[in-house]
Design a protein around this ligand. Sequence first.
Ligand code: MG
Length: 371
Amino acid sequence: MDYQQRETLLLAPYAMQSADSAGRVHDEPSHPYRSPYQRDRDRIVHSSAYRRLAHKTQVFTGEMGDYHRTRLTHTQEVASIARTLARSLRLNEDLVEALALAHDIGHPPFGHAGEDLLNERLEDQGGFNHNRQAVRLVTLLEKRYPQFAGLNLSHEMLDGQRRRTDKRFVEGNSPLLEVQIVDAADSIAYDAHDADDALELGILELEELAELELWREALDRVRARYTNLTQTELRRATIHELLDWQVGDLLSSVRALLIEHQIFSTADVRRAPPLAVASGELAEQKRQLESFLFARVYRHPKVLASRMEATAALGDLFDRLVADPTPLLTKPGNPFAEIAATDSTARAVADYLGCLTDHAALEEHSRMALI
Ligand code: MG
């Protein structure tokens, strides 16, 4: 059975069929046994930007230890949850996986701290945004093929990633359900793993999380099933419950909305309001958890201190390279000289710095600071 027959047989009527793809900017012959979205996924997995996620901060920097999530393991958790959702809803799992693996590749070193710094430096030139940067990477900065710049991804992949930059609802122009569930999986993953990592690192105590309805409810469910758990076992079981509960809730919420809005095609998905949303009660509890994490974890003195140190180095590196971009522009075979000539030096420097891992940025900074 070829992939088109397989999709016709297995996918829901509101799923994106590869046969209906709008194609790629540069025409390519179809592959004998991989669907266009399998090829998109493979192009992401083989890209340098994807590999570099292993050494980029999610929330906690490398100097805080080796056991918490990096941008890469976060991405893998998102892909795993998104594929579960996709298979259960009979969506195009290949497209979902490709979108999930690509969703964070635009992050510069040092997570949102690095992004805020670059955004500030490029304030009068359109700013810096990790979602837009992901599109620049896959259309311009990645050089994998002799014929064209970028990865020549499918229209649906590029559109899905572009939609992440502006998530406001526009009537009649909703993203594909494949795109919507990747976004939902992202939020399910980080709500659970940021709490988990914060507990592991001692930034939060279990008792503090018990202030939250969502956490208390998950904890009660675990306690109803097990007795005599150690603190670590209790934490892990609660995180597992939190994930399972959110995924189950999302699936039933999507199914109810598919019926309510009479969704039978991708055209129906596009004209409907957002469909991949948590049920009302859980959505409110998630909001409480997110503002709690923001105040107690993302703004924790330890996190802020490593954030300040890292952004100071990145800012200094940016300023030095803008003042004298020679080291950047003379590297053979990279696109930065052309970007500096056609756009601006600042944009070329931001593109270059965005590509660095946390470690490479610090290393480059200490090397330059010595010169
Ligand atoms: Mg993410």
